[in-house]
Design a protein around this ligand. Structure first.
Ligand SMILES: *Cc1c(COP(=O)(O)O)cnc(C)c1O
Length: 445
């Protein structure tokens, strides 16, 4: 009889990004509180990946729980074409308030991928509506990840996840990404070369290019690769010069992850569009927003529907999700959340410095905002490296939830984590790596 949740799951459920023939058994989680998750036997796990990068203020934060419950008693959902409601309007106002100035319209959808699809489609139709020659090519960065729907796959095809679909993806030109870390010596040169390459590319083919999309300051999925604000700023200026629309995919970097509310705040100029999701609802409900400048919105006005943006989802601007997002945004001021992020950043830097003494195999040590990361054995991230899975399994036993990307180990906790808990996690990682690398030396001899 299948009373065990793990075997019931295995019988009928298909999990994301999972090779079911080799994956470890799933862990049933029955409760969340603060930075911790609890399994069905009440074993606790420190959530060092913010539950796939979505959690911000901690699990089951009462302020967000209350906001959702209150909204559920008032209005659970309504069609968003021709209708509106208080949580959506409030959320739009709050977003425009906290985003850098210059944005003016908010388009809601359901997840990071759709926020990106909306931006790509809006960019494409922007040129169509302008009835110039249709610009068909998008620019993206090597290693960029933008979600798993078709448009998002096309601009993220260099992430290496989409081999079977290659022939179905539209044309994208990719630009190298100047990934950097704490003791990187050659960053100025790398950046300079890439900017020259971009200028050259636009000099030759800017007429055909609709838009550039980038994960500003931090490429998440390709291995927590950080770049400097100055570089992104230069990219925006070059694109502006050649009349290329620019899209920031802040699905991961939004809501404090890089130290400021948005990565865009660390620059002196803004893109034409910005995509938000993940932390938007504090990690409670799926919701996303694509926010654009007035000029983009204006290009869709006209006497006919054919100029309008023919895009929408059944659950667009779901009131429960909007209410959760409003509460999550308010917590940033009532709980001084960005101060917590800056303290987390200090701990990352201290602990990473200590950790790098454990072995020379610990490379490309880096931190930005609430994220700390390092690579094992190589500066480059390689998903096929099995070491990540070994580390994951060992740390799970100790009650630490990490999910290394191949040889890239990163810690990205909810901002409510106690600093001592984070330090403890680093200590556990250090002792594990000591054992692993000592053994490696022994076996090599
Ligand atoms: C996760 C992610 C996405 C996709 O978001 P989903 O909600 O998983 O569809 C897009 N862009 C970036 C930068 C991401 O990290």
């Amino acid at each position: 009889m299948l009373t065990n949740i793990v075997s019931r799951d295995a019988k009928i459920l298909w999990h994301p990004y999972t090779q079911h023939s080799t994956a470890r058994p799933v862990i049933p989680i029955s409760k969340g509180k603060g930075a911790y998750l609890f399994d069905d036997k009440n074993k606790q796990y420190l959530d060092l990946i913010s539950s796939w990068w979505v959690n911000i203020h901690g699990h089951c934060h009462p302020a967000i729980v209350n906001a959702i419950s209150k909204q559920a008693n008032q209005l659970e959902h309504v069609i968003f074409a021709g209708f509106t409601h208080e949580p959506a309007v409030q959320l739009g106002e709050k977003l425009l308030n906290i985003l850098p100035t210059g944005f003016s319209k908010v388009f809601f959808s359901d997840n990071g991928s759709t926020a990106v699809e909306v931006a790509l489609k809006a960019a494409y139709q922007y040129w169509f509506n302008h009835s110039q020659q249709q610009k068909k090519i998008f620019l993206a960065f090597e290693g960029g990840y933008h979600g798993d729907t078709f448009g998002a796959m096309a601009v993220g095809s260099s992430s290496g996840f989409y081999k079977p679909f290659e022939e179905l993806l539209f044309e994208v030109k990719t630009i190298p990404f100047p990934y950097t870390w704490l003791s990187d010596q050659n960053i100025n040169e790398k950046e300079e070369q890439i900017l020259q390459y971009l200028t050259q590319l636009l000099e030759e083919s800017s007429e055909q290019i609709a838009a550039l999309i980038v994960e500003p300051l931090l490429q998440g999925s390709s291995g927590m690769r950080i770049c400097r604000p100055h570089f992104i700023e230069q990219v925006l200026l070059i694109c502006k010069k050649y009349n290329i629309l620019t899209i920031f995919d802040e699905v991961l970097t939004g809501f404090g992850r890089t130290g400021t509310m948005f990565a865009a705040e660390q620059l002196t100029c803004i893109p034409d569009m910005i995509c938000l999701s993940k932390g938007l609802t504090g990690g409670f409900l799926p919701l996303s927003a694509t926010i654009v400048k007035e000029e983009i919105f204006d290009a869709f006005k006209g006497p006919n529907f054919s100029q309008a943006f023919a895009h929408g989802h059944s659950y667009t601007a779901n009131p429960l999700a909007c209410a959760a997002a409003c509460a999550a945004i308010d917590l940033f001021s009532t709980e001084n959340t960005l101060d917590k992020v800056s303290k987390i950043n200090e701990v990352h830097l201290q602990c990473l410095q200590e950790l790098s003494k454990v072995s020379e195999q610990i490379q490309a040590v880096r931190a930005i905002g609430a994220l700390g990361a390092f690579n094992l054995g190589s500066i480059e991230t390689d998903y096929s490296q099995p070491i990540g899975r070994t580390i994951e399994a060992k740390l799970l036993e100790k009650g630490l939830l990490l999910r290394p990307l191949g040889n890239c180990v990163y810690l990205m906790p909810p901002y409510c984590i106690e600093l001592d808990e984070l330090k403890m996690a680093y200590k556990e990682i250090a002792s594990l790596l000591e054992i692993i690398f000592e053994r490696t030396t022994v076996t090599l001899q």
